[in-house]
Design a protein around this ligand. Structure first.
Ligand SMILES: C[S@@+](CC[C@H](N)C(=O)[O-])C[C@H]1O[C@@H](n2cnc3c(N)ncnc32)[C@H](O)[C@@H]1O
Length: 250
């Protein structure tokens, strides 16, 4: 099933892969934190929701998980398949919309890793309900997001002399809105950027039946700054939000 989110990401797929392959945010900040939040995955049935070109899926297999990777972009799923095969890792890849996981059975996963997907999906309530349906009781959903408090339609650093960042300004926070934006200047095609207030992410997951287990707004540490000086703004505000939710047994 195609919608505005899957069409937009399919159009920008090759630019995303080139970006993801070289992104310090991806490799040095986001991925290690998500894998830590996921914990021990040995022998676990893991769904990589919005798997993109598949870096998380391949790493999860290396950590001992049995992985299914789904994405709404045909092009990204093709690239993820080729990369898994080249790396010699077995992953079940499917092109599916996160809000219609029709070919995935109820209660068929122990863990869902949803890295940087939910702020992109057109139908977040549908996607979070589907995540709950395919998780086994006792299973966990680990998600990362662009932090919704700092991703409103008006949200940017206000700079002083010499473009030194003075403070971060946010406006139009309550708007639920999507607009075309380039992730980086290297992108030939814009992707559909979307904003929802934090309340929508929390209430959607609670209404689906999830219980919140962990909530992290990662601040860049000294070690992060050694790894990349570009992380400096994250010593002042969180660019990302990580949450771990549980589907309870009862
Ligand atoms: C920012 S990328 C993240 C990719 C990967 N999880 C990672 O962290 O590297 C967002 C991904 O979500 C996928 N996506 C967006 N909307 C989707 C939807 N409705 N259903 C499935 N995948 C979707 C995109 O195709 C893209 O691969």
């Amino acid at each position: 099933m195609n919608d505005s989110s899957t069409r937009s990401w399919d159009a920008a797929a090759d630019d995303w892969v080139a970006h993801a392959d070289t992104s310090d945010y991806q490799h040095l900040f986001l991925q290690p934190r998500m894998l830590a939040l996921a914990g021990d995955v040995t022998g676990r049935r893991v769904l990589d929701l919005g798997c993109g070109e598949g870096a998380y899926s391949r790493e999860l297999v290396r950590c001992g998980a049995r992985v299914t990777g789904i994405d709404g972009s045909e092009r990204l799923v093709d690239i993820a398949r080729v990369r898994a095969s080249t790396s010699g890792v077995a992953i079940d890849h499917r092109c599916l919309n996160a809000s219609a996981l029709d070919s995935l059975a109820d209660a068929s996963f122990d863990l869902i890793v949803a890295s940087m997907i939910f702020m992109n999906v057109e139908d977040y309530p549908g996607a979070i309900r589907e995540a709950h349906r395919v998780l086994a009781p006792g299973g966990a959903l680990c998600m990362s997001l662009t932090h919704p408090c700092f991703s409103a339609p008006v949200s940017d650093w206000v700079r002083g002399k010499g473009r030194v960042p003075r403070h971060f300004a946010v406006d139009r926070y309550f708007e639920r809105i999507a607009w075309d934006d380039r992730i980086a200047p290297t992108f030939r095609t814009p992707t559909l950027r979307r904003h929802r207030p934090l309340e929508d992410y929390l209430s959607g997951a609670l209404q689906a039946g999830f219980v919140l287990q962990d909530f992290q707004e990662p601040m860049a540490t000294d070690a992060d700054l050694q790894a990349s000086a570009r992380f400096e703004p994250m010593t002042r505000i969180p660019y990302f939000l990580f949450m771990r939710w549980e589907k309870t047994l009862g």
